[in-house]
Structures are given as C-alpha cells and as structure tokens.
Unconditional design. Sequence first.
Length: 458
Amino acid sequence: MDKHALRWWALAVAVLAVLVDMIDNQIVAVALPTIRRELGTGEAALQWISAGYALGFALTLITGGRLGDRHGTKKVFVGGMLVFTAASLVAGLAGHAGVLIAARVVQGVGSGLMVPQVLSFVHAEFDEREQPKAMTWYAAAFPLGGLAGPLLGGALTEADLFGTGWRAIFLVNVPIGALALLGALGTMADRPGFRRHRMDPVGLALLTAALCALFYPLVQGRELGWPMWTVALLVAAVPLFGVFALHQRFQFHRGGEPLVPPDLLRHLAGGQAVLFCVTTATGVFFVLTLHLQLGLGFSPWEAALTFAPSTLGIVAGNVLAMRLAPRLGRAFTAGAVGVLLAGLVAIAFLVTDPALPGWALLLPVIAVGLGMGAVLNALFAASMAEIPPGRAGAASGVVNTTVQLGTATGIALSGTVFFARLDGGSASATAGALAVSAGVLVLALILSANRVKQPVDV
C-alpha cells in the first residue's frame, strides 16, 4: 500500500481525538457540584452525568472498530467526531439534567466510533519502521488525557469564560471538534473498507447486553452501595459473554463476519490479560486523589498537581518503548510492569505519613508514569502486531474495550475497598486500596514473565 503524504498530520488529528476523549471522560468530575447547584439535580442524576459518557463509550468500541473495517477508517472517524461535537454543543446548552445525561451518552457513542479508528489508522498508514514512533504518540494520549481532565475541568469552571461557568467544559469541544473534522477531511487518506459482508445483528445485540451487564455495575455499583441487582448483573455477564463467544464461533465457521473473530481473540488474549491488570491497578489514583484531600488536607489543585510530574515519566516511558520494545519484546513489557509496581509500592509507604509534603511523591510518581507509558505503548504495539488490515478495527475495538474495562474495574475495586475501610481513617483505607492494586500488578508481572517464556504467537 502506498504511503499517504499527510499521514503524520493525520496522526496529529487522530491523537487529538483520543486526547479529547480521555479528557472528557474525567473533566466533568470537578464541575459536578456546580452543575448540581445550577440545574437542581439529585445524586442519581449527577452519577449519570458522569457515568453516561463511560457507558456510551464502552458499549460502542468493538462495534465502532468493526464499522471501520467495513466502511473505512476515515468515514467512521469523521462520523464519530461529528456525533461527539454535536453532542458536546447540546451538553453545553442543556437546561435540564435529562438533556445533559442524554448528551453525555451520545458523546460517549461518538468517541466509541472515533477511538478504535486511531489504532487502525496507525496500523494501516505506517510501516514497521515508523509504527513505534506513531504508537508513542497514541499511547501517550491515554494517561496524559486522564491527568489533564480534572485540571482542565477545574480551570474552565473557575474561569467562567464569557459567563458560561461549567458549560465551558463541554462547549470547548465545539471548536476543537470543528478543527479535528477539518483536519481529518484534509489529511486522512480515504481508503475503502476491507469487507462487504453484512454486520452481525445478533452478535451485536449479545455483545451490547453482555457489556452493559458488566460495565453498568462497575461504573455505578460502588456509588449505589452494591445492591443485589448490581451483583446479579455482574454474574449474568458471564453467561452472556459465553453465548456471544459461541455465536461468534458459529458465525466464523459458517463463513459469516463475526464482530470478534475467534482466532483474533486467541491472538490478543495474553496481551489483553496483562493490559487489563495494568489498567485495573492504575484505577487506584482515584483513591489517592481522595486521600490527599480528605486525609492530608490538599486542595483539589494541589492534589492534581502532585500527580502532574507523572507526565514526564509517561513521555520517557513512551520513548523507551519506541526504542527498546521492538528489540526486547515481551521482556520489556515485564520490566515496565516491574517499574510501575515499584513506583506504586513507594507511594503506598509514603502516603501513610500525615505530614507528607507533595514534593516527597515526586520520584515515585515519575516512576509510575515511566512504567505506565512504557507498558501501554508496548502492549498496544504487541496487540496490533501482524494483524491483517481487514481486522485492524476489530482488534482496536477489543484493545480499547480492555482499557475501559480495566479502568472501570480499578475505580470500582479500589473505591469499594477505600470506602469500606474509611471508618478506620483515610490512611488505613488508602493502604487497603493500594495493597489490592499492588496485588493486581503482581499478577500482571507474573503474566508478563510467563509470556516471556512462551513463543510469540502471531
């Protein structure tokens, strides 16, 4: 396939979309008290304003990836950006909580269409020499966007631009979205899709039901106090995924077009297990932010700035992954998980000090960023290794769904442990949550080390 002359400019547009998605996933949290006051919403509505985006996003990722395989990356990316931008405008103008919730869900759907196309784009437009560099920008957008979200949300809400208050956190997406749309139309290669089969409606329905049964309790269960029906939904997700897997196998063997081909899932399985553990463990930063404020008296800005130096580690980790991961392979991934674990353990020891100054966390926070940037880059690249172009969208959808599932699981798991132990003090509660996350990272390290010993299955 010929190289597109504007592919690096197109990559900048695509990475901008990932960055905006990650920011929007986090940006609303600091504005919720203001939204509640101005719109007069209750606790349930506030939860849905926050969770609606994550649910819409997670439920669309695999389908969005498959649509990109079928109709072409550029078409689906532009369509997703258009949906996201329009929903952002509606959210910024919303005068009622119900409208805002609906707009947030549609925002998530738009992102779910966009984001899988980015990894497919990198896979299709860059050769083996260029892919590590391109993957560096892609992998960095996830943690950087997650860190920037709360900072940007607080800054825009307090700045009260043109009297818009909290609405600015959504309205700012409109000019950014318009710029990204123009950039995508002008720089992305308009390549046709690879498959002309019909989509699998039964598989889509089964997958949506299974993901909803899984993600809804993870996103909302902790805040609702884990009522029995949320546990029942989690249990029901297991047979639903089983039925979905059987249906996909049936579709594959009869020559149809499954959403997730079974042989593709086998290729991705090992790396996705490690990726799930890593993203689950990093969900503990939700708890650490609470502890810095509730237990140590940090302001929201001070808490956010305490973790800002991790961006230095993230950048360095991505550069290391670009240079070393292709040569060291799975051993590099195992080493990166080890660095992440060491940084988290160091933070666990330090945050128990009630007189902890923010600067004391500088080195372990950078170490966490280093490990996170390196392992995400390496795992994203390994997941897409030797994937046929016609399946790149499906693979990208699976990878991004794993990230979302791990993040939601991490927040639910660490948050549940934290609040269950909060009566014993914030330090004790935080220590418990950190211990669980460290245990998950130990599992990731074991899985990574085991993969080093195995032959590469491509």
